[in-house]
Ligand binder design. Structure first.
Ligand code: NAP
Length: 480
């Protein structure tokens, strides 16, 4: 399979282009060759978006945008298995989680289809200002124009749709730059949206390396908004380069989960095994730090190790597999180094810690310290630390001791304590009696501190992808 960028519906995959091979992270088989876009192609893609915005998208009525998104949802349901298997092959995500990602992506399209019809504005009471009598003022939410969507490898379909679907709902056009590691589902998604009736020039796919193609895309003067999901270093670079453009940054975290002394640990143990090890911990809100009240610490740790060791590790294409490879060997080696570094400074490896190729065994660490990389930085790997605490005050302080603040989980039966702690946690979102890793596609989602800027969750992204325009009328008779 050889695929290329898609601009105005035309595919650019000539044989003489620079090519990148995509390999299955589990068995290293080649999945596809990708013909890379040049900077000239990128300019063409942006120009095409700019033209299609002014000629078509900004005039397209809401019901049509809504219909396209609904049709796309139905097509994605029909093509579910194709998409799920592609995500398994390009990302190494176990089949059950890949199917889950497709199901969520269908919902995102449905939410966006509904949102397209509910972009409300307001009437301004102009007579509230002295001299404002006989004036009518109202706002209209208008689309921005060209949106640059840059996406990561870990949810190649759903996180791309969290940008593409709201942008279409709002009437924008997009240049879409997916992660180089997972371009195939992106390619299939663009084709699907075109099949659903989206004007071809409204969604242009450019495939190339971040520095080469992403960088000029972010700087391009015809781009009105950059929406990025990915790592903190790249997010910082994008923030610097985006100039006056609107910007959304969905970055990393080292999510805390807090278990107070009144919790029945059986359910929590099972949920936190998923929360830390789903897709080998390569999830931005993966449970990285688990704080357990001292009275439950030993029983929690024992049960947690047992349940973790029962995970089915292996080929992500098998239905039963819970745990597969990391995205590549380089990442698995990096994570293993972080484990060894912590162990050399006194941390204990309770289970896991071994690497074979791209598979790093699910790893639980204890006796960790705040300055170890596995605590202070985003591990983005199957490594979780279990840490005892005594008081509420202490655990809130430790949880907040981070440059990140994306999502946290708090477990307790005491509602007053739950709400008090939720208020004090410096996070974009807090779940009570739910793991940090849980996300629905219709709540506001995004970080504080260095976890990001702006919110996704379809309705919130639509707001961010429109501009509020004011129109005022002077109704005094002498003016008419
Ligand atoms: P990444 O390395 O930051 O890459 C993300 C995207 O940025 C890729 O498409 C990449 O292209 C592109 N890129 C790289 N350099 C660029 C530049 N100079 N200018 C413009 N674009 C550039 O992230 P990743 O490894 O794919 O994903 C993992 C990270 O994403 C983790 O930190 C995770 O926490 C974060 N994440 C956050 C959320 C959230 O919602 N907060 C969700 C998922 C993931 P190439 O692939 O071609 O390099």
């Amino acid at each position: 399979m050889r695929i290329g960028s898609i601009i105005n519906g035309q595919e650019y995959n000539e044989a003489n282009r620079k090519t990148l091979a995509v390999h299955n992270p589990y068995n290293q088989e080649k999945v596809a060759d990708v013909a890379l876009a040049t900077v000239n192609d990128l300019h063409q893609a942006v120009d095409q978006c700019y033209e299609t915005f002014h000629q078509t998208m900004k005039k397209m009525p809401a019901y049509q945008r809504s219909d396209i998104l609904l049709k796309a949802a139905r097509l994605l349901e029909e093509r579910k298995e194709d998409f799920a298997e592609t995500i398994v092959k390009e990302a190494g995500k176990p089949l059950k989680y890949s199917r889950g990602e497709v199901d969520r992506a269908v919902q995102v399209l449905r939410f966006a289809s509904e949102s397209a019809k509910h972009i409300y504005s307001e009437v301004i009471p102009l007579d509230a200002a002295i001299g404002g009598e006989n004036r009518l003022g109202f706002t209209k939410r208008i689309p921005l124009g060209v949106v640059a969507a840059i996406t990561p490898f870990n949810f190649p379909l759903n996180l791309s749709l969290h940008k593409i679907a709201p942008a279409i709902a709002a009437g924008n056009t997009l240049v879409f730059k997916p992660a180089e590691k997972t371009p195939i589902s992106a390619y299939m998604l663009v084709k699907l949206l075109h099949d659903a009736g989206l004007p071809k020039g409204a969604l242009n796919l450019v495939m190339g390396e971040g520095g080469e193609i992403g960088d000029p895309l972010v700087k391009h003067e015809k781009v009105h908004k950059v929406t990025f999901t990915g790592s903190l270093p790249v997010g910082k670079e994008i923030r610097k380069n985006a100039g006056f453009k609107k910007i959304t940054l969905e970055l990393g975290s080292n999510s805390p989960n807090i278990i107070f002394d009144d919790v029945d640990i059986d359910h929590v143990v099972a949920d936190l095994v998923k929360g830390a090890f789903a897709f080998s911990g390569q999830v931005c809100i993966s449970a990285q730090r688990i704080y357990v009240h001292k009275s439950l610490y030993d029983s929690f740790l024992m049960a947690y190790i047992k349940k973790t060791e029962a995970l089915v590790v292996g080929d992500p294409m098998n239905e039963e597999t819970d745990f597969g490879p990391m995205i590549n060997e380089e990442e698995a080696k990096r994570a293993k180094l972080w484990i060894d570094d912590a162990a050399s400074k006194g941390a204990t490896i309770e289970t896991g810690g071994e690497r074979r190729g791209t598979i790093l065994k699910p790893t639980i660490m204890t006796n960790v310290k705040d300055d170890m990389k596995i605590i202070a930085e985003e591990v983005f790997a199957p490594i979780v630390s279990v840490i005892p605490f005594e008081t509420e005050e202490e655990v809130v302080k430790e949880s907040n001791d981070s440059i990140y603040g994306l999502q946290a989980g708090v477990f307790t039966k005491d509602i007053n304590r739950a709400l008090r702690v939720a208020d004090q946690l410096e996070m974009g979102g807090v779940w009570i009696n739910e793991i940090s890793t849980y996300r629905q596609d219709n709540h506001p989602y995004g970080g504080v501190k260095q976890s990001g800027i702006g919110r996704e969750g379809v309705k919130y992204a639509v707001e961010d992808m429109t501009e509020e325009k004011f129109i005022g009328i002077n109704l005094n008779e002498e003016r008419s």
